[in-house]
Design a protein around this ligand. Sequence first.
Ligand code: TXA
Ligand code: MG
Length: 332
Amino acid sequence: MHLEKLNFFRNCPEDLLAVSSLLKAGQAVALPTETVYGLAADALNELAVRQIFEIKGRPLIDPLIVHILDVPQAKALAELSPAAEKLAQAFWPGPLTLVLPKKAIVPALVTAGQSSVALRSPSHSLFRKILEISGLSLAAPSANPFGYISPTRAEHVQRSLKAKAPYILDGGSCEHGLESTILLLSNAQAPRILRPGPISSEAIEAVLGQALSTELPTNNKAQAPLLAPGMLSQHYSPNTQLCLIDYGASLPSEAQTARVFWQKPHDLSHPNTFWLSDDGDEKTAAHNFYHLLQSLDSLGFSRLYWEKAPQGLLTQAINNRLVRAAAKFSKH
Ligand code: TXA
Ligand code: MG
């Protein structure tokens, strides 16, 4: 039998059982979520969790999100305040991660030694089936090498992690296409967004009935552990040089370069012209974002000129990814 066929699991009862057995045996498996693909392992098995860090080349100071089926499972791992319960009721299952005071059962490896744990209940039907069949809580960062573009299709995982991630459950392309919104809900501080995502701060404020703190998390190197380890200024980077252009400004048309517009431009005369959506719809643009970045990164262009997103709720999350993806090219 061809090895590749063995590694790609699909949505059928035998494959879901096989994936669940691998996870229970302590293997890491790439699974689809409604945001991006995650590299999942049993959150309460330290050896399994260690594999995630090794496969991704992820520093041990960067904690993982634990995925759970529902609120009762969340309560086994963390303290849920009334505000946390309200948010879970409003947005779970879905793309909201809550950073909460952790319980002792969660290994320090998962939380990078912090006293908080990040929890989210994914809505993707395949991920939920795996949670149900296995009964596990699953630690899962995005299934990409540390610092590279996040995967929104099974083939992105295969292309970037190769043989390091031999087991992939193929669930097609991810609906949202951007990682979950992360909200810090500690007892000591006002709630604040650590990473913008599909759930807007306005939607969270409406449920909480209070304004979120807008103070930015600091990533001062002297501060350990980091409050928001994931807010590294450089992340999600392609190998091809990425050059951001303000929304509405003109994009250079040079040979060997690609131009990426927010929405379909009128002038299609330049051969390497791409766009995130036909009509400027932000959900479509977010859905296509990482896939287009992944695809263009493999086509051998010397540079990608990329128009930033206009003002909008979801576009803040897209620009956040773009700025960090371009950061490595603006260093001298
Ligand atoms: O949509 C998502 O959230 C995807 C899917 C797979 O669920 N996961 C994801 O994981 O984006 P990852 O590891 O790529 O990003 C998680 C971020 C990291 O930046 C990490 O530093 C932060 O969450 N994080 C995890 N635990 C934390 C904690 N206790 N306190 C603060 N930040 C935390
Ligand atoms: Mg990631």
